[in-house]
Design a protein around this ligand. Structure first.
Ligand code: PEP
Ligand code: MN
Length: 330
C-alpha cells in the first residue's frame, strides 16, 4: 500500500503510522509517502485524519506500477527517455580497451547521429582469468570522450567498491545482470539523482526484476530504466533467450521506460540486427547495442559485437520500423 499524507501533517504521527505498519518512508520530489508491504490492504482507522489518499497494491511492484502512476520519464540532458515517442539508441563496445578504440567508436557513432556511448570499465566477467576492464583509467577516458565528442555516457557498476566514482562521472549508470541482486548497489543508486539502467538478471522473474527497481525508486530516485537482455532457458544454441513476452508485460504493467539489449541475448552478431528490429517493432524506449572497430579482437564479448559496417546497415534499417509504430530513433 502507498499512503499520501495531508499537507501539514505532524511528522510524529507519520512516524507512529510508519512504525505501526512496519513501512518505509520515502521522500519523492518534496513529498513524503509511506509504503508498506502490499499484504496490508487498508490503513488503521485511527489514522484516517492524516491520510490524503491510499493505493492498495496487488504485489510489491508498487512505485513502478501503472495503476499508481501511468508513466515515469528520464531526463538525459536535453533528451527525454520514456515519453512514448522515441527509442533511444545507446551503443558502443562491451569494454573500454584503449583510447584509440573508444575514440574511434565515439567518432563513428557521433557521425551517425547517435547521442549516447555505452562502454564498460568495471566488467563483471564469469572467469577471473579474462580481461576485467580498465577500471578507473577507463572511466577517465570516458570522461574525456564525453568532452571531446559531446556524447552522453553510460557505464556499469559491478560492485560497491566503485559505485560512487561511477555515479560521479557517468550520465546513466548501468547495473548489470549479475549485480542486480546487490541491494547495497541498488540503494546507493537510489540515493543519487543519476538515471539508472537496471538489467534483468538472466535467472530473474519479472516480479523479482521490478522489485529490484523498487529498491532504487524507494530511495527517492525515480529515474529508473528497465533493460531486458535475455534470460537463461533450456536453449543453448544462442547465448540467452530474448524475452520479448516479458517486455510486453513490463510495458503493460509498469510505468518505467523499457530498453532492450539484443547483443547479450543473442551472443552472436548474426542475429542482432533482426532482434533489434523485432524489439523496435514492439515500441520500446531504448536499445543497447554492442559495436567495436574490430570485434574479432575485442577483449570481452567478441562474438556478439557488430563491426561498424554491420552497425551502420542495421541502424539505417531501424527508422522505417520505428515510424510504423509511431516512434523516432534518437
Ligand atoms: C554488458 O552490458 O556488457 C554486460 C556485461 O551485460 P550483462 O550484465 O547484461 O551481462
Ligand atoms: Mn558485453
Amino acid at each position: 500500500m502507498i499512503i499520501h499524507f495531508k499537507k501539514g501533517t505532524d511528522p510524529a504521527r507519520i512516524d507512529q503510522l510508519t512504525n505501526r505498519l512496519n513501512g518505509l518512508l520515502v521522500h519523492l520530489a518534496g513529498d513524503t509517502r509511506l509504503i508498506t508491504s502490499s499484504k496490508i490492504k487498508s490503513p488503521p482507522t485511527e489514522f484516517a485524519d492524516i491520510i490524503d489518499q491510499f493505493f492498495v497494491m496487488e504485489s510489491d511492484i508498487q512505485l513502478a506500477h501503472k495503476t499508481y502512476l501511468n508513466r515515469r520519464t528520464i531526463q538525459l540532458n536535453d533528451l527525454t527517455i520514456g515519453n512514448g515517442e522515441n527509442t533511444h539508441l545507446m551503443a558502443g563496445p562491451c569494454s573500454v580497451e584503449s583510447w584509440e578504440q573508444i575514440d574511434q567508436t565515439a567518432a563513428f557513432l557521433k557521425n551517425l547521429g547517435i547521442r549516447t556511448l555505452r562502454a564498460g570499465c568495471f566488467k563483471p566477467r564469469t572467469s577471473p582469468y579474462t580481461f576485467q576492464g580498465l577500471g578507473e583509467a577507463g572511466l577517465e577516458m570516458l570522461v574525456k570522450i564525453r568532452e571531446k565528442h559531446g556524447l552522453n555516457i553510460i557505464t556499469e557498476v559491478k560492485d560497491s567498491t566503485h559505485v560512487d566514482v561511477v555515479l560521479e562521472h557517468t550520465d546513466i549508470v548501468q547495473i548489470g545482470t549479475k549485480a542486480m541482486y546487490d541491494t547495497s548497489i541498488l540503494k546507493t543508486c537510489g540515493k543519487s539523482s543519476k538515471p539508472v539502467l537496471l538489467k534483468r538478471g538472466f535467472g530473474t522473474t519479472l516480479q523479482e526484476f521490478v522489485q529490484a527497481a523498487e529498491f532504487i525508486l524507494s530511495q527517492g530516485n525515480t529515474q529508473v530504466i528497465l533493460c531486458e537482455r535475455g534470460i537463461r532457458t533450456f536453449e543453448n544454441k544462442t547465448r540467452f533467450t530474448l524475452d520479448l513476452t516479458g517486455v510486453a508485460y513490463l510495458k503493460e504493467f509498469t510505468n518505467l521506460p523499457v530498453v532492450v539489449d539484443p547483443s547479450h541475448a543473442m551472443g552472436y552478431r548474426y542475429g542482432v540486427p533482426d532482434l533489434t528490429r523485432a524489439a523496435v517493432a514492439m515500441g520500446i524506449d531504448g536499445l543497447l547495442i554492442e559495436t567495436h572497430p574490430a570485434p574479432e579482437q575485442a577483449l570481452s564479448d567478441a562474438a556478439q559485437q557488430l563491426n561498424f559496417d554491420e552497425f551502420e546497415t542495421m541502424y539505417h534499417s531501424l527508422e522505417p520500423v520505428a515510424r510504423a509504430v509511431g516512434r523516432t530513433i534518437v
